[in-house]
Design a protein. Structure first.
Length: 536
């Protein structure tokens, strides 16, 4: 039941302020304050976060800071990192930060320190990864494992596949790593093409161990192995990563081949857990520990800094400003790095599954839109695809550009410079348009005033990627808390999953079809057409 709107005095002040500042252009804002580039940027560990080309001034930031403070976001982070049950609808903690906390920390959940178990799992992951990397893990025929196929979907895939791509420069050169998440049979066929069953290990990541897609992939992987490996040897080729150890054992996984996911880590926040095993195998335990340290650095900063110097909070309130006040429904994330090509997809789950909510915790109405559509693609390629829309389209899309100063190989620095030049050129053009060009015909004019944020980092390393991931995790959580939604649940995806199971039964057995009153005429007609295309 919804009662009155959540809007308070600060919210109303922001609405009023929004009407005033909307009359100004970014050119005017930059003219008013020649120091915007530094006044509206912050250094957050190794990340430089520049929001100076957002439509904000110091009053906006002050009011947004008040809003954040009223939501008690700082206390929320303290509680979250201390293991309180901040995931209200599921009544459990959201303790991803514990996974990268120093080993001598003490973090209590219902009176029990969770750190020893985290350390035990991490050490088991390290030993296992080293074994594979040194060619000592043998398959059932005695051949060393040289290929690892990660099966899993959503949070059990997007973080690790994104990070594996991002850190491919750090990957073990002789281990083939592949990911498969789709139940489209072509996907697994293509993934397995060229692999040798005797030297292939499947990592099945599923927190629940009952995700239909992942279980189907696992069954099909078994069939593929069975052609070459006797059934008794199959368990040597499967690792389970799950919160549901019993279910994995029922499926035939060996106890020692199961890595535990804590119940309190959400899939989309799980890269620093055993869900990161595939990444650890690829980049090695040492580099993986740098990733964790990068995350931990940002965790500590997020919980201790005030908004002006807190990159995560600053980005969160800018998201709220753009969505709930300036009313921009989408945001584009544009990494100027081909290694980061999966980052927008990863963020789609992180941000949209966390913030795509139409009910507040206190059941008040929102009184504004909440949660943005997140999309994007790598920099220079997208300039030749959708940037026309960003510059001259009738809708404004706030952009977030990610850049890195140094290339891996100093001899490629010229190209790195070129990437950054493109990033800056686009961000500048979005903001100021064609104002300095005179006598342009109208179709060549760019009005500008299109907001963007720039996040600049020194180099794409595990330590820096860890910082970026943690930054986005905390920014997402902070937006959720300030908006008053639970960023840790995803009830919206459940109904569709169960309907798919019913429909799949119907497809297999037409006689089990529900009549049109219990289903609907559209689904029934589409099922008919599906069968007739197949001549059944
Ligand atoms: O799509 C919903 C979801 O529950 C995600 O939140 C989760 O990451 C994904 O499915 C996979 O779930 P599991 O790890 O339990 O297989």
């Amino acid at each position: 039941m919804h009662s009155s709107s959540n809007k308070n005095q600060t919210w109303s002040n922001l609405e009023k302020h929004c009407k005033e500042i909307s009359k100004k252009s970014l050119i005017e804002l930059f003219n008013e304050n020649p120091n915007r580039g530094s006044d509206f940027s912050t250094s957050f560990e190794d990340l430089w976060v520049d929001v100076s080309k957002q439509i904000v001034d110091s009053k906006t930031i002050q009011l947004l800071s008040d809003l954040a403070e009223e939501s008690k976001i700082n206390q929320f982070f303290v509680d979250m990192m201390a293991g309180s049950p901040v995931n209200l609808t599921e009544k459990k903690p959201a303790l991803h930060t514990a996974l990268r906390a120093p080993k001598d920390s003490r973090i209590l959940v219902e009176g029990k320190d969770v750190v020893p178990k985290i350390t035990e799992t991490l050490e088991k992951m390290e030993e296992f990864s080293r074994h594979i990397r040194n060619g000592k893990l043998l398959g059932s025929t005695g051949a060393p494992i040289t290929s690892v196929v990660a099966l899993g979907i959503g949070g059990s895939n997007l973080g690790s596949s994104m990070a594996h791509k991002a850190l491919s420069k750090f990957a073990h050169p002789e281990i083939t790593i592949k990911f498969c998440s789709s139940i489209d049979a072509v996907d697994l066929d293509q993934t397995l093409d060229g692999l040798n069953p005797e030297t292939t290990l499947f990592l099945v990541t599923s927190k629940s161990f009952d995700t239909r897609e992942t279980l189907l992939l696992m069954e099909n992987a078994k069939k593929w192995l069975e052609g070459s490996i006797v059934a008794t040897g199959l368990s040597k080729h499967f690792v389970g990563i799950t919160s549901s150890r019993d279910k994995a054992i029922n499926f035939g996984f060996e106890e020692s081949m199961i890595f535990d996911l804590p119940d309190w880590v959400g899939g989309r926040f799980s890269l620093s857990s055993a869900a990161g095993l595939v990444l650890m195998i690829s980049i090695g335990p040492d580099e993986f520990s740098h990733l964790l340290s990068g995350m931990n650095r940002i965790d500590n900063k997020t919980v201790s800094e005030s908004l002006e110097s807190n990159g995560a909070l600053l980005l969160a309130v800018i998201d709220i400003w753009n969505r709930s006040f300036l009313d921009y429904p989408t945001m584009a994330v544009i990494p100027y790095s081909s290694q980061m090509s999966y980052f927008p997809q990863y963020l789609q789950q992180l941000m949209m599954e966390s913030l795509g909510k139409n009910n507040r915790n206190d059941e008040h109405e929102f009184g504004s839109s909440v949660g943005s559509v997140v999309w994007g693609a790598t920099g220079t390629e997208s300039q030749h695809a959708f940037f026309q829309f960003l510059h001259q389209g009738t809708d404004v899309v706030p952009c977030e550009m990610l850049g890195f100063s140094s290339s891996y190989d100093p001899s490629n620095q010229d190209q790195q410079n070129s990437l950054f030049a493109n990033l800056l050129a686009q961000s500048e053009t979005l903001a100021f348009g064609s104002a300095i060009e005179e006598n342009l015909v109208h179709e060549k004019k760019l009005e500008g005033n299109r907001p963007s944020t720039v996040i600049l980092a020194p180099k794409l390393t595990p330590f820096i990627l860890g910082q970026l991931i943690s930054l986005y995790e905390h920014r997402t959580v902070a937006s959720g808390v300030i908006w008053g939604v639970n960023p840790f649940d995803q009830w919206g995806v459940e109904l569709g999953k169960s309907i798919a199971i019913d429909i799949e039964l119907e497809i297999g057995d037409a006689s089990s079809s529900k009549d049109a009153t219990t289903r609907n005429s559209s689904t029934e007609k589409l099922l008919d057409r599906f069968r007739s295309f197949r001549n059944i």
